[in-house]
Write a protein that binds this ligand. Structure first.
Ligand SMILES: N[C@@H](CCC[C@H](N)C(=O)O)C(=O)O
Length: 333
């Protein structure tokens, strides 16, 4: 039996989208983990150019949602959320069902998604809700600063003598530091990211997504992320959303809720809007590309065994358009 997967990305954060409804019997969790660990490998060892993870789409039993998304990281671990991935799943389900505005079931919430105007010719874009938000150490799996219940813009001396961190779950865990440009591009992010995701450290024993953020101007930030279960990524949607939240909370003198923030990242650019509901209930809109790169088909047994010799692919033609969009971003006005 053949398996069809779509290679997709949001801001260059790339995935294989796997629709479980194509099988008479869905792949088991063990098979999904094996598949992700195989197909995501980089440097020619995975399926085509590999990926940061696998987005598993399935039917949902929840009323008034169009489908369910699960996220398997490249190392086979399951994440509770994926912002960049959700945009592509929104496009997939929306196109299938001829709907522009609906909800998708994720691990902790049925999230609102919506088609929005293309970012450029052949660069379709979607807006997705990022929530629920919590700063609570238990939800974050965090044991820092003598078991503090929250860390908001504080030093964690065990991690760094200089940097101030904020820990926020959206609902996957993020550790965020606002830094200068030299620190943004320097080795410190890799050092902290590798360490906090080594499975041995006592501060985040289950790992954490680590981001450095540089403020470029009013409502304009750059976010670089070391992802749990993956490593350095071109972009992490939940990290950009969590960073936008911290930008609004920590820079109230120059910005506020409900304003559009431009978030540049190594793989492109998205927009975010941070909202505050009742009882300081925060949620974010994440707006960005939902690009389908190619459709790949191969025997399911071969995919599970990591044998890609019989794989075939059809390019959609969207990737050159996305690359042109990114090239135009760096053009001076
Ligand atoms: N790239 C994703 C986040 C994927 C999950 C993350 N690696 C985790 O383990 O929490 C995004 O766009 O949000």
């Amino acid at each position: 039996m053949a398996v069809k997967m779509i290679k997709v990305h949001g801001s260059g954060n790339d995935f294989y989208l796997l629709d479980q409804t194509q099988f008479p019997e869905p792949l088991t969790d063990e098979e999904l983990k094996q598949l992700a660990m195989n197909v995501c490998k980089r440097d020619g060892a995975g399926l085509y150019d590999g990926a940061d993870g696998v987005l598993v789409v399935d039917k949902s039993k929840h009323p008034s949602v169009l489908g369910r998304m699960r996220v398997i990281n490249a190392d086979g671990t399951e994440a509770s959320m994926c912002g960049n991935g959700l945009r592509t799943v929104a496009r997939y389900l929306g196109t299938q069902n001829s709907r522009e505005d609906f909800r998708v079931q994720t691990m902790y919430a049925d999230l609102k998604v919506q088609a929005v105007a293309d970012f450029a010719h052949h660069v379709p874009a979607y807006s997705v809700e990022i929530s629920p938000v919590t700063f609570d150490a238990e939800s974050l799996g965090m044991h820092a600063n003598h078991n503090a219940t929250t860390i908001i813009n504080e030093k964690i001396p065990a991690i760094s003598a200089d940097l101030k961190f904020s820990a926020v779950a959206v609902p996957n865990p993020h550790l965020i530091a606002f830094v200068d440009h030299a620190t943004l591009v320097g080795p410190e992010l890799g050092r902290i990211g590798e360490w906090m995701n080594d499975g041995k450290n006592k501060i985040f024993p289950d790992g954490v997504n680590v981001s450095f953020v540089e403020v470029l101007g009013k409502n304009s930030i750059f976010v670089r992320t070391f992802e749990r279960g993956v490593g350095f990524t071109n972009a992490c949607g939940t990290a950009m959303s969590a960073s936008s939240l911290m930008y609004v909370l920590l820079h109230q003198e120059s910005t506020d809720f409900n304003q559009q923030i431009q978030v540049t990242n190594p793989g492109g650019m998205v927009y975010t809007v941070v909202h505050q509901g009742a009882d300081e209930d925060y949620w974010m809109e994440l707006i960005g590309n939902a690009t389908f790169v190619r459709i790949v088909t191969l025997p399911v047994e071969a995919a599970l065994a990591g044998d890609y010799s019989t794989a075939t692919a059809t390019e959609t033609g969207e990737q050159p358009a996305y690359e042109q969009f990114v090239a135009n971003l760096s053009q001076p006005n």
